[in-house]
Design a binder for this molecule. Structure first.
Ligand SMILES: Cc1cc2nc3c(=O)[nH]c(=O)nc-3n(C[C@H](O)[C@H](O)[C@H](O)COP(=O)(O)OP(=O)(O)OC[C@H]3O[C@@H](n4cnc5c(N)ncnc54)[C@H](O)[C@@H]3O)c2cc1C
Length: 310
């Protein structure tokens, strides 16, 4: 049994916003894989739930006219990984959420819940950081867009206000076109394991495939919130992919930009080792994928899934 005061099934985003504004004790429930576990533990007991599970517009992935990918926050991980747009344009995001829990959790847990729970260990976090994903929030004051790089304010805390519903996560063409990427997760076992560390590295190479035009490095659990490593990213730009010093630059760079802690899962020292090792491996794989011709263009709205040159 769960100790809840009321349960409200929202019919639309507007309805969910109204219900949250009317019930100060209410929180959103989407897949419930975080909310119900906490309720069972006695946290948030006696409060109310506003379900957004039946709001159809919050499910699935769509393409906007300008090539922006619009991810419905109530899309479960399994659907996200298998979505044709995700597979073509941001496959490493699908790979990242495919490391969550086990099949049951991936069929139930949603990308919106993974972002809005504010956890630095969330498996989508490092990748969404490197994608400069935009969190679209709708509340009583209207709609606002917040970059995911500005979204987190502390462990389990975000800028989202009580009455705001995440209605989409947007990925703009300039943030995916021409890039390849790789997400790596370290956990003590292969499944049903919260990340000890998560790392995503993405690269855009020049046309000849010789030089890094742009690199992006994101981490989960390398700090109290998900982070990027802008100094190392800037240092990698313009470097030759054949120059092994890029891997030394990772070591000397990222270790100065992270703030990991010791926890029962791992010591700070072990996390530091993971931080450089995983970034090196992810960089290598992202470059390999790029040289293999896997970088997409801008998604075209021709209904045929074709790309425009970027
Ligand atoms: C056994 C088990 C294993 C797990 N393993 C992993 C793992 O390996 N990696 C990982 O990252 N996570 C893991 N999780 C955690 C969880 O599955 C994820 O965080 C999941 O993404 C939560 O999504 P949900 O839809 O179930 O969220 P919910 O529990 O419904 O909600 C989570 C939070 O987000 C808020 N919320 C949800 N949707 C919205 C929205 N649209 N707008 C505003 N606020 C919203 C809720 O109010 C709540 O605060 C695991 C959980 C379990 C139970």
């Amino acid at each position: 049994m769960f100790d809840i005061e009321g349960y409200y099934e929202a019919k639309s985003v507007e309805d969910a916003v109204r219900l949250l504004a009317e019930h100060e004790d209410a929180q959103i429930i989407s897949g419930g894989t975080d909310v119900l576990v906490k309720l069972r533990d006695g946290k948030d007991a006696g409060g109310s739930l506003v379900s957004i599970h039946e709001i159809r517009e919050l499910h699935g992935v769509r393409l906007q006219e300008d090539g922006t990918l619009e991810i419905g926050p109530a899309t479960c991980f399994t659907d996200l990984t298998n979505d044709p747009l995700i597979r073509r344009y941001v496959p490493y995001l699908g790979e990242a959420v495919d490391t969550v829990g086990g099949p049951q959790v991936r069929n139930q847990g949603t990308i919106g819940g993974n972002v809005c729970n504010g956890a630095t260990s969330a498996d989508s976090a490092a990748t969404l950081q490197t994608l400069n994903a935009v969190v679209v929030l709708q509340g009583t004051d209207g709609i606002r867009r917040v970059s995911v790089t500005e979204f987190y304010t502390g462990p389990g805390r975000t800028v989202r206000r009580h009455d705001e519903v995440c209605r989409a996560i947007e990925i703009r063409p300039e943030d995916y076109a021409g890039f390849t990427g790789c997400y790596m997760k370290y956990g003590k076992r292969a499944a049903m394991e919260i990340a000890t560390l998560g790392c995503c590295v993405r690269v855009k190479l020049d046309q000849e495939g010789r030089t890094i035009k742009e690199a992006r490095i994101g981490y989960g659990v390398a700090a109290p919130t998900p982070i990027r490593c802008p100094v190392t990213e800037a240092a990698l730009a313009g470097c030759s992919v054949e120059d092994d010093r890029i891997y030394e630059m990772i070591d000397s760079g990222v270790l100065g930009e992270v703030r990991p802690r010791s926890s029962w899962r791992a010591s700070k020292e072990f996390r530091m080792q993971l931080i450089s090792e995983m970034a090196r491996r992810a960089l290598k794989e992202a470059i390999r994928r790029s040289l293999n011709g896997e970088a997409p263009g801008v998604a075209a709205q021709d209904g045929k899934g074709g790309d425009q040159a970027c």
